[in-house]
Ligand binder design. Structure first.
Ligand SMILES: Cc1cc2nc3c(=O)[nH]c(=O)nc-3n(C[C@H](O)[C@H](O)[C@H](O)COP(=O)(O)OP(=O)(O)OC[C@H]3O[C@@H](n4cnc5c(N)ncnc54)[C@H](O)[C@@H]3O)c2cc1C
Length: 579
């Protein structure tokens, strides 16, 4: 086992060898840094998270030269999604690969991009094997207890406790380095150290089961079932294994000890699943398989390293930014963060997608004034992709997860929009798969869905079935429908704009450390989990503040204003390797 005293002083301490910590430690080591990688437990993790990697994430692995970590782990190709809504379903295939794209991922025989799904633990072990094979990486199986600071408050390393101390060594040890990178995951102990006081908000939990030889209606596809009680996801994670994740709204789960959760699954969820799957899920429940759960958190990102109180440390992965896992985008964001941060710190073993080409020379890590602009540039290079994935996940969860009459109209409209195919599928799935880091494309499709939903409200009888009518509305009903349309459009605004606003706010370092209400977007939750602002004031204020920030930003800080408008209007398409 590594000794805490024997090795030379590292350049970088990385806390956590999960998805992001392992990938980042690998790429930093390849860029010539000496890395100390601390992980509390190097055994294979057994978790229900991070099991479907979008094509955009595969592309990030390919960029770092580690796409082979997806081999020999019984990973399953993913060719797209299938959405089930009552008795209807619609296919959402991934798009065609464009031959000129940089950092290509994996492509099917028909030329479409592919993702991969797998057991989380197998993929993590594969990444760890890769990073631990690097000469300049020193692993420590130890739990980091604290960050060490110098007299000026700059982080200068960590103090940790061995899982099993090497012979003759004390249980606790200190490790010093010019730079500490925190990648300790969703329950991070150290996320506040970079200066932000925003805390994660939990809107729901995913409850998971593993199914054996489940008869999936659309093999090699992620299945999204829009049930009345919240969305349900199913995807294969091995040749014979399928994961089912059931969203249960609210911060707290019904009691397992009293059987309330099992009752909810049996009575409310299973009857909403496609018929051919019900027996298989019932059988697993009857066997008494433990229902495992994980909170679904939202944590907006923030620009790091700009204040004097947060020197010497960078926070990455779920510790810094989380979104609802409905769209399976967390690993894709985290892996691209590893790519962009390595590029920003200089010396990357690949030619950067943006910025100086060939790669910039490695920065002097002990000189914080050279790291600060690098962190700004990292923030902006990650922005396009991360904001698309964050906004999409939060907005889709509001659409699919809440019980509200206006949302029901939007849900129906969204499904019909997908049914139209063509660009109505291609655009949204490119966003979801992490291949199109274009926030305005997302906003465009979102409002196209809102407008189409309103059209459907007038043109389709479906919305009147509940009232026992099947005919289209007559002229006399139009005034009521006009009012309903306004409310539907307003609902679309309160679903989308607060999350967009949160993303914009994260671009202004000065606003980041301000303690929020915990929602990070000024909203509060209703029973179904929809972020509600409950009045026009906040939505209008969001628009007003965005406009003010643009004007104010331009006057005070042209760099921020320019980056903001680049992000919104001319997104850096190259950021995720698309053309
Ligand atoms: C229910 C659920 C389902 C999800 N499904 C998907 C999906 O299908 N696709 C997808 O892309 N994303 C998914 N995600 C998100 C994804 O799991 C995360 O984005 C990803 O795992 C983040 O990686 P990370 O490295 O930041 O954290 P982790 O992978 O959690 O790694 C953190 C590591 O730090 C270690 N650690 C923690 N504290 C310490 C300490 N003090 N000292 C030393 N080590 C420490 C831990 O042991 C762990 O190994 C899901 C999330 C949830 C909640």
């Amino acid at each position: 086992m590594t000794s805490a005293t024997s090795s030379n002083r590292p350049d970088i301490v990385v806390v956590g060898a999960g998805i992001v910590g392992s990938a980042l430690a690998y790429s930093l080591a390849k860029s010539g840094r000496k890395v100390a990688l601390l992980e509390r437990d190097f055994d294979e993790p057994d978790r229900i998270v991070g099991e479907l990697l979008q094509p955009g994430g595969v592309r990030a692995l390919s960029r770092m030269g580690i796409v082979d970590t997806l081999e020999n782990i019984d990973a399953v190709p993913v060719e797209g999604y299938h959405v089930f809504y009552g008795p209807r379903s619609v296919p959402i295939p991934y798009p065609q690969e464009k031959s000129d794209e940089a950092g290509r991922g994996v492509v099917s025989k028909s030329g479409k991009v592919e993702g991969r799904s797998f057991h989380h633990g197998k993929f993590v072990q594969s990444l760890r094997k890769k990073v631990l094979g690097q000469q300049n990486v020193t692993p420590y199986e130890a739990t980091v207890r604290d960050l060490l600071k110098d007299r000026e408050g700059k982080v200068v390393g960590v103090s940790a406790t061995w899982k099993k101390a090497p012979e003759g060594e004390a249980e606790a040890f200190d490790l010093r380095a010019p730079l500490t990178i925190v990648a300790d995951g969703c329950f991070s102990k150290f996320r506040r150290t970079h200066g932000s006081s925003i805390q994660p908000m939990v809107r729901s939990n995913f409850v998971g089961l593993e199914l054996h030889d489940a008869p999936l209606p659309a093999p090699h596809h992620g299945h999204v079932v829009l049930s009345k009680h919240g969305p349900v996801l199913l995807y294969q994670i091995g040749t014979h294994s399928t994961r089912i994740l059931i969203d249960v709204a609210g911060e707290k789960l019904p009691s397992v000890a009293k059987g309330d959760l099992q009752k909810h699954v049996n009575e409310n969820v299973i009857p909403q699943l496609p018929e051919q799957l019900r027996e298989c899920v019932q059988a697993e429940m009857a066997k008494g398989q433990r229902l495992r759960s994980m909170p679904n958190s939202f944590l907006p990102p923030s620009m790091q390293g700009q204040s004097d109180s947060a020197k010497g440390v960078i926070v990455v992965g779920d510790a810094m930014n989380m979104r609802h896992p409905l769209t399976g985008g967390g690993m894709t964001v985290g892996l691209w963060d590893a790519v962009h941060l390595t590029e920003a710190l200089g010396g990357s073993h690949w030619a950067p997608l943006s910025g100086p080409n060939p790669p910039r020379a490695p920065l002097d890590l002990s000189n914080w004034s050279s790291i600060r602009p690098a962190l700004r540039s990292w923030h902006w290079s990650r922005k396009g992709l991360s904001s698309v994935i964050n906004i999409l996940a939060q907005a889709l969860y509001s659409l699919f997860g809440a019980d509200d009459a206006n949302l029901e109209v939007l849900r129906e409209g969204c499904f019909k929009y997908f049914e139209m195919g063509g660009e109505c599928v291609n655009g949204p799935v490119s966003l979801l798969s992490g291949l199109a880091p274009k926030p305005m494309l997302l906003v465009g499709h979102f409002f196209a869905v809102a407008v189409y939903s309103i059209y459907a409200l007038f043109a389709h009888p479906k919305f009147y079935e509940a009232e026992g009518r099947t005919r289209k509305p007559g002229l006399l009903e139009w005034p009521g429908l006009v009012w309903r349309s306004i409310m539907v459009f307003y609902t679309a605004c309160i679903v989308l704009l607060p999350v967009v606003f949160t993303e914009m706010k994260s671009n202004i370092p000065r606003l980041n450390p301000v303690a929020s209400t915990g929602t990070g977007n000024g909203g509060k939750l209703n029973k179904g989990g929809l972020v509600r602002t409950d009045n026009f004031a906040l939505v209008s204020a969001s628009i007003l503040i965005v406009a003010t920030v643009m004007v104010w930003g331009n006057a005070r800080d042209p760099g921020t204003a320019r980056n903001l408008s680049n992000w919104l209007v001319f997104p850096k398409v190259a950021a995720a390797g698309t053309s």
